[in-house]
Design a protein. Structure first.
Length: 496
C-alpha cells in the first residue's frame, strides 16, 4: 500500500468510523433522522470539547488582549435589522415542481459538450463554482472530443430555451425547475404566547452580533484598551438550502469567533497578523501544512461590510473548502448599531485624546468543520502483519481518550491491580478501561479512536509492579514501574 493510497480519505470512511465508534450520529435517527443535523456521541463530545478548549487556550488564556463572552441565542429583532441580515442574508432558491427538492440557484450549472455520436450532450450538475464543475467534467469531455472543449453556464447565463432543458439534480425531471427567488436563511420563531408579527424573533445566524451589542458593556466592565478582542463559542442556525458533506454544512452548527477591535489605520497589519496566527493554530494541532492554504477573497466575493477577507481552506474529500474566514469588517457593525440603538459605540483614547469608531478584525471558524478536518487529516491506514490497521493520528491535546488501561485478560487475578491503575489515572485524564476480546483487537480499537497510549497489565505485573506502555503511532512498547506511571504518561502526553 503506497503512502498516497494510505492517506487518500473517502468521506464515507469518516462517516462510517464516526457512527461505528460513537463519535457522530445522525440526529433523531430512530425516526428516520432530520436532514443535516448531527449528534455528538460519547467520544465525539470529548473531541469537540478538546477542540474548543484548545481554541480558547490559544486565543483567550494565553493572550493578554482577549476576554470571553457567552451571549444569548435569542436577541432583539432590531439587532438583525441593524446588521443587515433581514435585508441581505439570503440565497437564491430554485425548486423542483415534481420532487419539491430545493437547490441554491448559484450552484446549478448547465454543462454541454459533444457526445460520441457527434451530437450535443448537456448535463445539469451541482457545484460550488464554475471552476469546480469544469474540473469535474474535463476528463469526460476529453474522452468524447480530442480537444476536450465544452461549455459550463450558470442559471443567469441561460436563455429561456436552455433553461427548459435543465434536469432536476435530484429526480432528473426535465423542465421542472422554478425560476430563482431570494430566500432568507434565518430561522423564525415567536416569543411569548401570541404568534404574531410583533412577537416574531430569530435564532441567531452568527455569534458576531452578540459581541457587537455587548461592546460597550465589555469595554466598561473590563477597562480594556485598544487593541483588544472578545471571543465567543456558541451555536448558530441557518436554514441552508443545500446542506451536506456530512458535518461540513449543516443547519445547526457551532462557531468559534473573535471580534478584535483596532484603531483605524492599523487594521491591515492586524488582519495579516491574525491570518498567520490562525493558520498556524491548525498546524500546531496536527493538520498537515500541504492540506491547508490561504485564499484571499476577490472584490466580487466580499460581504457588504467587509474591507478584505481571507479564507483558510482545507483539502477535504470533496475538495478545497473554507475552514475559517478572517475578515476586516471595517467600522460597519459598530456604526450600524450606534445608528439603530442610539447608543454611542465609539472609543475614547485617554492617552491621545482621540475618539473613533474601532475597526474590527474577525477570525471566524466552525467547530464542526474543524473537527471534520482534524478527523480527515488524522485518518490513516497501514498494513501490519497482513492486516489493515486503521489509526486516528489525532494530536494528543485533541484525542477523546488519552490513555486506555487494558488487562491482558479477564483473569480475576489481574482485576485488582488493573482497577487500581485505572482509578488512579482517571483523576488526571480521560481514561478508558477495556477487557473485552483479545489484546490485539483492543489495541486496534484504541488506534481507531485515536488513543495515544495504552497501558497493559499482565501476570508479570503482579510480581514486578510494572506495566507496559504502548504508543499508538509507532506501536513501540516500554516497561514502566507503576509508581512512575503517572509521570511517564504526563511526559509522553506533553510531547509534541
Amino acid at each position: 500500500m503506497t503512502d498516497e493510497s494510505k492517506n487518500k480519505v473517502d468521506m464515507n470512511e469518516i462517516v462510517s468510523l464516526c457512527k461505528r465508534r460513537g463519535i457522530i450520529f445522525p440526529s433523531s435517527e430512530i425516526y428516520g433522522g432530520l436532514g443535516s443535523t448531527w449528534d455528538y456521541g460519547p467520544l465525539g463530545v470529548e473531541l469537540k470539547r478538546n477542540v474548543k478548549d484548545a481554541w480558547w487556550k490559544a486565543v483567550v488564556q494565553e493572550r493578554e488582549d482577549m476576554v470571553g463572552l457567552d451571549a444569548a441565542i435569542l436577541m432583539h429583532p432590531k439587532t438583525w435589522e441593524a446588521s443587515g441580515h433581514l435585508e441581505s442574508f439570503t440565497d437564491p432558491l430554485v425548486e423542483c415542481r415534481f420532487c419539491n427538492q430545493r437547490f441554491r440557484a448559484d450552484q446549478i450549472w448547465r454543462v454541454e459538450f459533444v457526445g460520441q455520436d457527434g451530437k450535443p450532450v448537456h448535463r445539469t450538475t451541482l457545484g460550488t463554482s464554475q471552476k469546480e464543475v469544469i474540473e469535474s467534467f474535463r476528463e469526460e469531455a476529453r474522452r468524447h472530443q480530442p480537444n476536450g472543449l465544452f461549455s459550463v453556464k450558470g442559471l443567469t447565463e441561460l436563455t429561456e430555451e436552455d433553461y427548459r432543458t435543465l434536469r432536476c439534480p435530484s429526480c432528473d425531471s426535465v423542465d421542472s425547475l422554478t425560476k430563482s427567488r431570494m430566500f432568507n436563511l434565518m430561522f423564525k420563531t415567536f416569543m411569548g404566547p401570541v404568534e404574531d408579527e410583533a412577537s416574531q424573533i430569530y435564532l441567531r445566524p452568527e455569534t458576531a452580533q452578540g459581541i457587537f451589542v455587548n461592546f460597550e458593556n465589555v469595554l466598561n466592565s473590563s477597562r480594556r484598551k485598544m487593541p483588544f478582542g472578545i471571543a465567543q463559542i456558541g451555536k448558530s442556525f441557518r436554514n441552508e438550502i443545500t446542506p451536506g458533506n456530512f458535518t461540513f454544512r449543516s443547519r445547526e452548527f457551532e462557531q468559534m469567533e473573535i471580534e478584535y477591535f483596532v484603531k483605524p489605520g492599523t487594521d491591515e497589519e492586524q488582519l495579516k497578523s491574525w491570518v498567520e496566527e490562525r493558520f498556524q493554530w491548525y498546524i500546531n494541532l496536527g493538520i498537515k501544512r500541504e492540506n491547508l492554504r490561504i485564499r484571499p477573497h476577490g472584490k466580487e466575493e466580499l460581504a457588504h461590510y467587509a474591507k478584505a477577507c481571507y479564507d483558510i481552506e482545507y483539502s477535504f474529500p470533496m475538495g478545497w473548502s473554507e475552514l475559517e474566514g478572517i475578515a476586516n469588517r471595517s467600522d460597519y457593525d459598530l456604526k450600524q448599531h450606534t445608528q439603530y440603538s442610539g447608543r454611542d459605540l465609539s472609543y475614547f483614547d485617554e492617552e491621545t485624546g482621540e475618539r473613533y469608531v474601532p475597526y474590527v478584525i474577525e477570525p471566524s471558524g466552525g467547530v464542526d468543520r474543524a473537527i471534520l478536518a482534524f478527523l480527515v487529516d488524522a485518518y490513516y491506514q497501514e498494513e501490519v502483519r497482513g492486516e489493515t490497521r486503521v489509526i486516528l493520528r489525532l494530536h494528543k491535546a485533541l484525542a477523546p481518550v488519552k490513555v486506555a488501561v487494558l488487562p491482558l485478560s479477564r483473569n480475576e487475578k489481574l482485576l485488582p491491580m488493573s482497577q487500581e491503575v485505572y482509578k488512579s489515572l482517571k483523576r488526571h485524564w480521560m481514561v478508558s478501561y477495556d477487557d473485552a476480546q483479545s489484546i490485539g483487537r483492543r489495541y486496534r480499537r484504541q488506534d481507531e479512536i485515536g488513543t495515544p497510549l495504552c497501558v497493559t497489565i499482565d501476570f508479570q505485573s503482579l510480581e514486578d509492579k510494572a506495566v507496559t506502555i504502548r504508543d499508538r503511532d509507532s506501536m513501540e512498547q516500554i516497561r514502566v514501574r507503576v509508581e512512575e506511571l503517572k509521570d511517564v504518561l504526563h511526559q509522553k502526553l506533553s510531547e509534541e
